[in-house]
Design a binder for this molecule. Structure first.
Ligand code: UN1
Length: 500
């Protein structure tokens, strides 16, 4: 099925895909898929205004009714899982299984949000005053601006949108300029759900087609109550202070530099499989990708031998072929960044296996690589940086304290894991003095988190949490209410103020 047929099936008219200035290319072979018209400043302003007006109405709709819209969105996603997953593969380059997995993540968060729409509860708190009741209420916050990256082009929108909608907030979405087609498809599916829902206000979900300036406009607009931004630390460094300067709220999901510690008692079969998925899956382009391996000296050689064997047998090719495990990098810039990181690692003493360009004859404009394993003597400066590519740095340790120190020495703090069958080691890793990441796992890898947990990390990762647990609270405002049902007016702290 070609791109026009696929888009049509997902509800986007092919005529809207041509005639603009934003060229969209498939990482599979570099072919141009579309050339989209970009929104002007005035159009973006009008979108935010529409969302702001929608907020006034949507916030008064009972949350369980708002949940019904998200339930319908989930139904549309279920019915279109194959098509949307395929589009993700074509536009972002991830293999079909992962494209579909991403859509499944969207379905999961819709289910979660529907349940949440009948919760959104606050606390009742003991009041110190007789005849008083104190409680907290959670109210809709306002317009949510979503800025997302190419690597999870649809799931990140859905984590934010499913929660925002049940919380009573409209969404204005600025997807990556590398993946706007998947965004248009999501919007079309959302509109189908809206039609079935009936009486929703106009402007509950809108997509901005544009580049950096469009993102800046969204970030700076005071009508946008929350900016949820996923991308590089560099991007977050700009977004965070800009939103803070106008006292807006931000939710940042930035870079990761995720490590797995492998201890002498680890099940090496399990570890090898987890490392392979974590380091090579999605061509190393997840924020949760495993980038560092910290292995005990006793098992280091054995594990590296196993990994080299597994790396050598990985099937590289078009993400649309059923047996491919490693698809292309997103573009040439990603390939150049990978080569730059490998050169620096080599200069720092790294011993590199793999990391070369692959399939260049077949796909001169597609950037396929063999995954790189880089044995490092120390955790040198290159290892402290996140490079969005399948590069795994391998370092050895002798004591667990040393491993944890090395683990926490990088500036990012997203995801982490330990492979061990020793309860003490596992608990130490999960303890207050263990991994400093937002996600810490035992005997499973760093990537592929479920939506039920809060997702996000510390330090340069930005501190935001989205998806499950109580991440919904970021999309609402909290009001503390004290109600006096007595006939007296006792003051808190026992203060007497002019009465007898
Ligand atoms: C991302 O790479 O931006 O845990 C998100 C995971 C996925 C989400 C990744 N559920 O790998």
């Amino acid at each position: 099925m070609n791109i026009n047929e696929l888009m049509q099936q997902l509800g986007v008219a092919p005529a809207t895909l041509q005639g603009g200035t934003l060229a969209v290319r498939s990482p599979i072979d570099g072919a141009q898929l579309a050339c989209l018209r970009e929104h002007s400043q005035a159009e973006i302003d009008a979108m935010i205004a529409r969302a702001h007006t929608a907020f006034g109405q949507w916030r008064t709709v009972p949350a369980p009714r708002r949940g019904e819209l998200v339930r319908l969105l989930g139904e549309e996603l279920r019915a279109n899982k194959d098509a949307l997953g395929r589009l993700v593969s074509m536009e972002a380059g991830k293999i079909l299984a992962e494209g579909q997995g991403e859509v499944q993540e969207m379905i999961d968060i819709c289910d979660f949000a529907v349940g949440l729409s009948r919760q959104l509860y606050g606390l009742v708190i003991a009041s110190e005053r007789p005849g008083h009741r104190m409680m907290e209420s959670w109210h809709p916050l306002g317009v949510v601006g979503v800025i997302s990256a190419f690597n999870f082009p649809v799931a990140v929108w859905s984590w934010n949108t499913a929660l925002a909608l049940v919380c009573g907030d409209p969404v204005v979405w600025k997807p990556s300029e590398k993946t706007p087609l998947t965004a248009l498809a999501c919007q079309a599916l959302f509109e189908r759900a809206l039609k079935r829902f009936g009486d929703a206000p106009d402007g509950l979900s809108q997509v901005i087609v544009g580049g950096r300036d469009a993102g800046v406009q969204l970030v700076d607009d005071p009508r946008v109550a929350l900016v949820s931004a996923t991308g590089s630390t560099r991007m977050g460094l700009e977004v965070g202070p800009r939103v803070a300067a106008r006292f807006g709220r931000s939710l940042l999901e930035l870079g990761g530099n995720n490590a797995i510690i492998v201890t002498p008692s680890a099940d090496l079969d399990l570890a090898t499989r987890a490392i392979l998925f974590g380091a090579v899956g999605t061509a190393g382009q997840r924020c949760t990708t495993t980038r560092r391996l910290i292995v005990h000296t006793e098992v280091r050689d054995e594990l590296v031998t196993r990994l080299k064997k597994a790396y050598a047998s990985i099937r590289i090719g078009s993400p649309l072929a059923a047996d491919t495990l490693l698809g292309p990098l997103i573009d040439r810039a990603a390939f150049d960044a990978m080569q730059g990181a490998l050169e620096r690692a080599r200069a720092e003493g790294g011993k590199i296996t793999g990391g070369e360009r692959a399939l260049a004859q077949e796909y001169p404009d597609g950037y396929y690589v063999t995954p790189a394993l880089v044995e490092m003597a120390t955790q040198s400066s290159t290892v402290h940086h996140e490079t969005f590519a399948p590069i795994l740095y391998v370092m050895a340790y002798t004591t667990l304290d040393e491993a944890v120190t090395m683990h926490n020495a990088v500036p990012q703090g997203l995801s982490s894991a330990i492979f061990t069958n020793d309860l003490r080691e596992a608990e130490q890793f999960l303890s207050a003095a263990g991994s400093d990441c937002g996600i810490a796992n035992v005997n499973i890898g760093t990537s592929g988190a479920e939506i039920g947990g809060a997702f996000g990390g510390e330090k340069e990762t930005g501190g935001g949490r989205e998806s499950g647990s109580d991440a919904w609270k970021a999309y609402m405002r909290r009001a503390t209410n004290t109600i006096n049902y007595s006939r007296a007016l006792p003051l808190a702290q026992g203060i007497r103020f002019g009465d007898d």
